[in-house]
Design a protein around this ligand. Structure first.
Ligand SMILES: NC(=O)C1=CN([C@@H]2O[C@H](COP(=O)(O)OP(=O)(O)OC[C@H]3O[C@@H](n4cnc5c(N)ncnc54)[C@H](O)[C@@H]3O)[C@@H](O)[C@H]2O)C=CC1
Ligand SMILES: CC(=O)C(=O)O
Ligand SMILES: [Mg+2]
Length: 372
């Protein structure tokens, strides 16, 4: 199979979908790997690194899209990239379709088979291809929130850890999964007073057992959420209902109960965001203000630390990439129901129920797509 990897074109996105290590593995398995010239530079990989791994360097994205059986990326295909996808071609990348009707329309029209990293599952109910980037974004969230809290950035002027005689910042994390846990650990490590809200009692039991001394937990009822958000210097949004649009848990009206200059970091923005006032921003222009509250809503936070993120994502995607290349998508998804959970689009049909529900589009059962 020919595996193609274009350079990412989303603003300030420096990650790359195929590492030299993954390229070498695919070549060892008898596949051809086409990398767009310069695709790895932002993550610290030169074209020479890929050539040494046995890959071929392509002149531009058009060449990669035209010649490849499977396109492997990081971010959802941008409008220009979507025009280059074709029927029968496999796309393996993050998609986040639920809040993105335009992308969904274009992928359906292309006839391609699109497998989304963020809905591939594992045996324990986790999301193995989302987890590494959630670890990164979770660890980045308090760092970006602390920056947002600085006076020059419109924030409240509060230091995370306080100083002797002056109390720390109060940080509330909504959603105690992978993002939330990593965010809470880092915020607590910076000296902030941290509370994690979640709706899953087993998850809160786990957090309390493991991190009980470092941060607290509260059940994410509307009442508890409103009370804690009003007291917070920083609120980090980290909820997820896999595939679905994020539930809106903090309304615009609630902003007026918050402390002026408090910071919202909505990591869940890639699924539409969990604050009514969230809208996606970029690394170039990451923050904006609504009713005196500063919002940081970058939808590709891990791109800021592209080297770490690319290596972490590559570790997780490589076994799936090799299975897809060795067996073809149908056999790979037949053999692995967790990979089949990643199938979002096939031959003009949507194949993920949560996405279909969010967008009001009929869904073809993934099992039927395997037989189509
Ligand atoms: N902006 C960015 O660059 C990035 C964004 N993300 C996003 O961050 C979000 C969180 O991802 P993960 O932590 O990996 O998900 P996860 O599945 O590990 O955790 C989500 C948590 O939210 C909880 N939850 C669900 N509904 C809730 C509600 N109504 N109230 C309170 N808690 C609720 C769940 O019980 C779960 O513990 C996702 O939208 C993901 O796509 C992840 C990586 C990068
Ligand atoms: C998960 C995701 O959207 C990202 O890493 O950019
Ligand atoms: Mg994203």
């Amino acid at each position: 199979m020919i595996i193609g990897c274009p350079k990412e074109i989303k603003p300030q996105e420096f990650r790359v979908g195929v590492t030299p290590v993954a390229a070498r593995e695919a070549v060892t398995h008898g596949h051809k790997v086409l990398i767009e010239a310069g695709a790895g530079i932002g993550a610290g990989f030169s074209d020479a690194d890929y050539i040494e791994a046995g890959a071929e360097i392509a002149d531009g994205a058009a060449d990669v899209f035209a010649r490849s059986d499977m396109i492997v990326k990081v971010k959802e295909p941008q409008a220009g990239e979507r025009k280059m996808l074709r029927e029968g071609q496999v796309l393996f990348t993050y998609l986040h379709l639920a809040p993105d009707p335009d992308q969904t329309r274009d992928l359906l029209a292309s006839g391609c088979t699109a497998i989304a990293y963020e809905t591939v599952t594992d045996r324990s109910g986790g999301l193995p291809l989302l987890a590494p980037m959630s670890e990164v974004a979770g660890k980045l969230a308090p760092q970006m929130g602390a920056w947002t809290l600085q006076k020059a950035n419109g924030g409240r002027g509060v230091l995370m850890g306080g100083v002797p005689g002056v109390g720390p910042a109060e940080v509330v994390v909504i959603g105690g999964g992978v993002v939330g846990t990593h965010a809470a650990r880092v915020a607590a490590g910076m000296g902030a007073k941290v509370t994690v809200l979640d709706r899953s009692l087993p998850r809160m039991r786990y957090l309390d057992d493991v991190f009980g001394g470092q941060f607290g937990t509260r059940y994410a009822s509307a009442g508890n959420t409103a009370e804690l958000v009003a007291q917070a210097d920083m609120v980090i949004g980290a909820v997820l209902v896999p595939g679905a649009a994020a539930p809106k848990l903090v309304s615009r009206a609630q902003l007026s109960d918050m402390k002026p200059g408090a910071a919202i970091v909505d990591v869940a923005i890639d699924q539409g965001g969990c604050f009514e006032t969230s809208k996606a921003t970029t690394h170039q222009d990451p923050i904006y203000e609504v009713d005196g509250i500063m919002h940081y809503c970058v939808a590709n936070m891990p791109g800021a630390v592209a080297r770490t993120s690319t290596l972490a994502l590559g570790n997780a995607t490589m076994p799936f990439l090799i299975a897809l290349a060795d067996k073809g998508w149908k056999q790979a998804c037949t053999d692995d129901p967790h990979l089949l959970d990643g199938l979002n689009v096939h031959a003009g049909k949507l194949t993920n129920y949560a996405v279909g529900k969010a967008l009001g589009i009929d869904v073809l059962s993934p099992n039927l797509a395997l037989k189509a």
